[in-house]
Design a protein around this ligand. Sequence first.
Ligand SMILES: Cc1ncc(COP(=O)(O)O)c(C=O)c1O
Length: 428
Amino acid sequence: MASTTTLSSSSIRRIQQQLRERTKREQTRNNGRLFHEANRLKRLPLYLFTILDELTQQARAQGKDIINLGMGNPDLPPPKHVVQELVRQSRKPANHPYSRKGGEVERKLNEAIAQWYHRKFRVTLDPVEEVLPLIGSKEGISHLSLAFLNHDDVALVPNPTYPVHFNGVVLAGGILYNLPIHAERRYLPDLRAIPPSVLKQSKMLFLSYPHNPTTAVADLKFFKEVIAWARTHRIMVVHDFAYSDFVFDGPRAPSILEVAGAKDVAVEFHTLSKSYSLPGLRFGFGVGNQDILASLAKTKSYIDFGIFRAVQWAAITALTGPQDYVQWAVSTYKRRRDAFVPLLKRIGWEVPMPKGTFYVWAKIPPKFSALTSLEFATLLVQETGVVTAPGSGFGEYGEGYIRFALVQPDARLREAVKRIARVLQMED
Ligand SMILES: Cc1ncc(COP(=O)(O)O)c(C=O)c1O
């Protein structure tokens, strides 16, 4: 590990040079291709996690001990009873054909989702028309843009945000309009600031609270304003509710469908990836406006063949079985947050206490503010083996920040801070 005096402008220059060379290599590779990618792929911003993965692999190959706080990939073991059901159902030949609407498990799954929803949010859903199981919520969110956006339709997307919200719009060929969100407004978009000409062309608004990456939460009052605004302007509201359970201090996170009349304009997306630590299972669902969900289902019918039935049985078990696992997972992340943030403060890096999610959204310390977030994240990987997500990966308004995902055991998080301290103390 580098000593406290070895961080020099030259190591930063080296990192900047490496990143420039990487971009150049990528361009040369693309230009030299026999088959050029479609323009819609070229319009997508660089996927920064791919670069970080490469840097992580390089650091690992050099023998660095990696502490990966980059991706929001839960490290907790999933609930045993859900995995047991997955294994049991996988053994049955009847679960291996293509999944078809109206089958036994398909019916039971939709009912289980509607019941779970009612228990949690007191919102009644029609299990047939107002529930749509998905191959992970990312799949549904991304395909929703494909289902609705024409080339002259605008999608309003807060920035920074989970990249799928804007990448789905770009892939679908719609017009992306960024709504900058800032700490001063609790990371809530200012809908009144949207120019009337943009509003006229707007078809969809994406929201997601508790919010990745800023960790902000929204209350029902905000959702009421959004729904009233959306009904007035006839704009679809898409609420990504991946972190529905992850609120630490205040009241529980509300569903947007709790607002009266929300079903006229809104859909909400859920996932088993975070609350149940099952990201590899690829299971999520959309709920809400039945016409919107029908168009999403129609789009998907041309693309996929539904969800493995054993996965559907496992999802039913997760949603209908005991829920103490979720409380345990949330309290584990809370304990990590409560330890990690004060430790950062102790080494001179003050960051706000996250209100929700399992992330920490940290402004790059003043000493390194001349670096881009990618350069700073690269510096951390190379000097300490600690992987973080550069803020610019979440949109241009995320520049100047990095995101820690608290997806490592307590001792590894303490070790990460110890190593980062050495970088913060390094001299120019
Ligand atoms: C806000 C948000 N939505 C959706 C997802 C993806 O969820 P899934 O695994 O269900 O595709 C993530 C994953 O990090 C996320 O942060």
